[in-house]
Design a protein around this ligand. Structure first.
Ligand code: TLP
Length: 349
C-alpha cells in the first residue's frame, strides 16, 4: 500500500538527480571554505535572492536563529507575529540562546501584521524599554494557512522599518511557494528585507538544509554565529549538492503542488461536517475544520492512517494537509474519497 503522507512538505524524499549529485559531489572542508558544492549553492542562493552573500545551515530553525542572533544583541527586541513559526515552534531559541526579547503583534488571518500594530510595538528611546532592533516576517505564512504576503506589503513593512532604523528578517521557509503563487521573481519579495532564510528541505525536496542570504558583512557575522551554535559543517557538499538540484529543478514545479492543494480544498468544501476557507488556500498548505461532536480530529487522523493516508491534527477542530513532490493528483482523489467515506459512515451511525 502506498502511504499518502500529507503531514508536511518536510517529508519529501530526494529525487534521483539529487542522489546522483550527492554521489558525484567533490568534497572539501567547509569550515575552511573549501567545499565546492557548498560554495556553489551559496553563490546560487545569493544570486537568486538578489543578495551579496549566503550561508547554508542545517534547518529553517537554525536559519532564523542565526539570523536573529546576527541582527540583535542581548536585551534587544524583535517584533514578530503571534502566530509566526519563530515565535511558536522554534523552542524560544532567541530568548534561550541569545537573551533576545520577542515582542508579538497579532497576525491577521492573511499572515500579515497591521502596519499600525507594528508601529505601536516599536519602542521609544526610554531607559525602561528594551531597544527594538528587528521586524520578522513569514512568507508564506504557515499557521495562517500557507498564505502569501504580497509584494506591496513587503515594501510597506520595509519602508516602516527604514523610517524607524530597524532591520527586517524574512522567514522565507516557503518563499519560492510565495513567488510561484504570485508569478513573480523571488527577488521581488526578498529585495525589501535585510536577511532571508529559505528551506531546501520542504517543497524543494532536498533531504536537509536551509540557506540564509544577506549582505556580505551580515553573512560573515552569521558564519561566526553558526559556528558558535555548532553548525559549522565539514564535507557538507553532500547536502549542498542536493540543494543545487533543488534550486535548479524543483522551483517551477511548485505550481503542481498548489494545484493539488486547490483540488483537495475544493473537494473538502463539498464534504459534510468538514469546513474550509477556500480563500486561504493559496499555496501548498490546506487547513480545514472538523464540525462534528461525534469524533475528534485525533480519531479522524487515526482512521485515515489505517488507509495509509497521513494528515496532521492541529488542535481540537483543525486539521492540516500539505501537498508536495511525493503527492500526485490521484493521491488527492484517494484522500478525498476516504474522507467522504468516513464522514458518511460516522453520520450513518
Ligand atoms: N515547519 C514545520 C513544523 O515545524 C511545523 C512544518 O511541518 O510545517 N519556518 C516555517 C514557516 C516553517 O514552517 C518551518 C517548519 C520552519 C521555519 C523550520 O524549519 P525546520 O523544520 O527546517 O527547522
Amino acid at each position: 500500500m502506498k502511504i499518502i503522507d500529507l503531514r508536511s512538505d518536510t517529508v519529501t524524499l530526494p529525487t534521483q538527480e539529487m542522489l546522483r549529485a550527492i554521489y558525484d559531489s567533490d568534497l572539501g572542508d567547509d569550515v575552511y571554505g573549501e567545499d565546492p558544492a557548498t560554495n556553489r549553492l551559496e553563490e546560487m542562493a545569493a544570486e537568486r535572492t538578489g543578495k551579496e552573500a549566503a550561508l547554508m545551515v542545517v534547518s529553517g530553525t537554525m536559519g532564523n536563529l542565526v539570523s536573529i542572533l546576527t541582527h540583535c544583541r542581548r536585551g534587544e527586541e524583535v517584533i514578530l507575529g503571534n502566530k509566526s513559526h519563530t515565535f511558536i515552534y522554534e523552542a524560544g531559541g532567541m530568548s534561550a540562546l541569545g537573551g533576545i526579547h520577542p515582542h508579538t503583534v497579532v497576525n491577521q488571518p492573511d499572515g500579515t501584521m497591521l502596519l499600525e500594530d507594528i508601529q505601536l510595538a516599536i519602542r521609544s528611546d526610554n531607559i525602561h524599554f528594551p531597544r527594538t532592533r528587528l521586524i520578522c516576517l513569514e512568507n508564506t505564512h504557515n499557521y495562517c494557512g500557507g498564505t502569501v504576503l504580497p509584494v506591496q506589503y513587503m515594501e510597506e513593512t520595509a519602508a516602516l522599518a527604514q523610517k524607524n532604523s530597524l532591520q527586517v528578517h524574512l522567514d522565507g521557509a516557503r518563499i519560492f511557494n510565495a513567488a510561484v503563487a504570485l508569478g513573480v521573481d523571488v527577488k521581488e519579495l526578498t529585495r525589501y528585507v535585510d536577511s532571508v532564510s529559505f528551506c531546501l528541505s520542504k517543497g524543494l525536496s532536498a533531504p536537509v538544509g536551509s540557506v540564509i542570504c544577506g549582505s556580505s558583512n551580515f553573512i560573515e557575522e552569521a558564519r561566526r554565529n553558526r559556528k558558535m551554535l555548532g553548525g559549522g559543517m565539514r564535507q557538507c557538499g553532500i547536502i549542498a549538492a542536493a540543494g543545487i538540484i533543488a534550486l535548479e529543478q524543483m522551483v517551477e514545479r511548485l505550481n503542481e503542488d498548489h494545484a493539488n492543494a486547490r483540488r483537495l480544498a475544493e473537494g473538502i468544501a463539498g464534504i459534510p461536517y468538514l469546513s474550509i476557507d477556500l480563500d486561504k488556500v493559496q499555496t501548498n498548505i490546506v487547513y480545514f475544520n472538523l464540525k462534528s461532536e461525534k469524533i475528534t480530529t485525533g480519531t479522524l487522523v487515526r482512521q485515515l492512517a489505517n488507509d495509509g493516508i497521513k494528515i496532521s491534527s492541529s488542535g481540537t477542530t483543525r486539521l492540516r494537509a500539505v501537498t508536495h513532490y511525493g503527492i500526485s493528483t490521484k493521491d488527492i482523489d484517494i484522500t478525498l474519497k476516504a474522507l467522504q467515506k468516513y464522514m458518511k459512515e460516522i453520520y450513518k451511525q
